[in-house]
Ligand binder design. Structure first.
Ligand SMILES: [Zn+2]
Length: 266
């Protein structure tokens, strides 16, 4: 156990040096390929939206620019957090989580979304236990889907944003699965856009990821709100020590957010 912890620590340190980190090279190359050759420009439309976020920070990292741009135009947005975020520090046991981590992450999410222009009344916390979405009983899954259906039918969004179906985190992939079923049950016509958090970093091309998973890519230029997004990301102080620095930098430096309109079968 001690050895694994020691090796993980080294990986975190070395991981910030691009030439020593194959994950960074993989993520960088796919991102550049999509941006330059395989994506279409996306402009912000007038459609209301619900952003589904498995944990408190995914919404800002993956869609912070989009949220800020939509709210600038006073377009209604709701943000739904599926889990309570209590397990964020389990992979880095040498970093002590803040006391009351659940409450801290809730407060961080509320503050970050305030910076992006979202009212507290438009933020919902489902408070399912972090990292358990793939282990829910069928009754718990059905109840979660039912809550999502009710939200969709009440708010009637034109668009829904959700992590990519191959985002390589069980909570992220389950959020997509729940959402897909809920949209079918809600019988509301809307568009699903998948955002990326871990897919470029942790879903290896030709092993977990196929080129067909990357079709339907759109790039949204977020230049005008990039500073706003950076301020919102830095609010997540509880997550800063545990996210690999290169991953955070990639979100802070990118002038585009990438979304996938692919409607592949689960
Ligand atoms: Zn997450």
């Amino acid at each position: 156990m001690q050895i694994i912890m020691y090796l993980t620590k080294i990986f975190y340190k070395v991981g910030d040096i691009p030439i020593f980190n194959p994950l960074y090279i993989h993520a960088y190359m796919i991102h550049q390929w999509l941006l330059n050759f395989r994506s279409q420009p996306l402009s912000v439309n007038q459609k209301s939206a619900i952003i589904f976020s498995p944990h408190q920070d995914d919404e800002t990292l993956g869609c912070g620019g989009l949220i800020a741009l939509k709210r600038e135009m006073e377009i209604p947005i709701k943000v739904i957090f599926l889990t309570d975020g209590q397990k964020s520090h389990t992979a880095t046991p040498w970093i002590k989580p803040p006391d009351n981590l659940i409450q801290v992450r809730k407060q961080e999410a509320t503050t970050a979304l305030h910076i992006l222009g979202v009212e507290v009344s438009d933020i919902h916390f489902f408070e399912l236990t972090d990292s358990t979405l793939s282990y829910l009983t069928s009754e718990q899954s059905e109840n979660t889907i039912k809550s999502i259906v009710e939200l969709i039918q009440t708010f009637k969004p034109g668009e829904i944003y959700v992590p990519h179906r191959k985002d390589n985190h069980s909570d992220h992939e389950c959020t997509y699965k729940f959402l897909k079923v809920a949209v079918e049950q809600s019988k509301i016509e809307l568009e699903i856009l998948q955002y990326s958090i871990w897919i470029f970093w942790l879903s290896p091309l030709f092993i977990k990821l196929r080129f067909s998973d990357l079709t339907g890519a759109y790039r949204l230029c977020i230049n005008s709100v990039l500073e706003q997004k950076k301020r919102a990301v830095t609010v997540y102080k509880s997550q800063a020590p545990i996210l690999p620095p290169r991953v955070i930098k990639s979100f802070l430096l990118n002038h585009h957010e990438i979304f996938f309109k692919t409607q592949a079968k689960i």
